[in-house]
Design a protein around this ligand. Sequence first.
Ligand SMILES: Cc1ncc(COP(=O)(O)O)c(C=O)c1O
Length: 429
Amino acid sequence: MTDNHVSLNMNVRGLEQSATIAINDRSKNLDENGKHIYRLGLGQSPFPVPLNVVNALKQNAHQKDYLPAAGLRQLRQTVAEFHRRKDGVEASADGVIIGPGSKELMFILQIVFYGELMVPTPCWVSYMPQANIIGKKVSHVHTRKEHRWMMSAEALEEHLREQNDRYRPRILILNYPSNPVGCTYPEEELKAIARVAREYELILLSDEIYGQLHHRGRHVSIARYYPEATIISGGLSKWCGAGGWRLGTFTFPPDLQWILEKMSVVASETFTSVCAPIQYAACRAFTGGISIEEYLLHCRRILSTLGNRLATMFNDAGIEVNSPEGGFYLYPDFTRFRKQLKQRGITDSRALCEDLLEETGVAILPGASFGRDAKELTARLAYVDFDGAEALAKSKMHAVDKPLPDDFPEKCAFNVIKSAQTIIDWVKG
Ligand SMILES: Cc1ncc(COP(=O)(O)O)c(C=O)c1O
């Protein structure tokens, strides 16, 4: 009702809470009312923050001063060094800005950048609502199931050709490994996309928040092939298990320094600076080292083992899904069951997820929340409803260069396996 209030800005009328946050609140509510909920809705890392990073935070609890709007100098240096080391790209402290989550930095980027936003779909839930809040124009590059729901360089080129406006200022957001799909781009595709981007003078926002969770530790940044106009987006939320710490980073090339500078000005007039103890602790995280690399090896192996098991379960049951390559998501497609679902009154992805939650307690998000036509029967499943600390401890009992035992998913992520089976049984009716 308040949505129609005359004093509400037009851009936020009809805007609802972010789908991932909403499903979490809804799940909590149902849980408190006695219904067991399988929480595959919110994409939160199941793993604890590495102990040495937690200790760094404790040791810096006394840091109380406001920090520079662009971030603590030492952290900016450490982040630049992280990208040089991990991604093999040129990066300098001056090109790094620290924000309260990469989400906020994306919002500010959209505020300061005049041009259009281009987003391949399915895409992360917040890119488009942020653009809507600001009143920015968004164009979608739709992907196809046959192409693993990832954008091809040809599709991008075709989209740009259709726009027929060669030098319109545009930012293209690329996210890989992908939320919601769980796949990533092969190096050749990154090169081909980079070629098109260069031809059309696009700015790329390369959202690599799941880069360190590439299941084989082989993440490649497109900044290698398009260094002059790629902004790398990252942070502590996913690979370091610290979503609630709220620390994100953008790393700019020298040619785009003008954007960073204006973002710092907006930061100084809005959030001022990111919480000081968190920034000091983040220096420890981005410095890395043997214990952090080991932690990552175990996280990746657990996620890969579990994700692949789920993909096999779904595919065997006729629910098509790509095998995951990074992060902790799957994007199953229920199209083959369209007829049976229709008989139960389910004709779109929203109804599918609503009914599934009501009838079985399994919370997943509809494809419609990721920029797809609601009529597509797709959904995103975040396979994170397990005790990450326990899974890490058990994984450490097995040599890191060997696969985990076959029964690992049942032993360490029983709820996730059970919820996948519940989805399959429910869909099959
Ligand atoms: C693809 C993607 N990008 C960005 C974010 C934002 O992360 P944060 O603001 O915690 O850095 C998320 C969080 O779920 C995400 O999945």
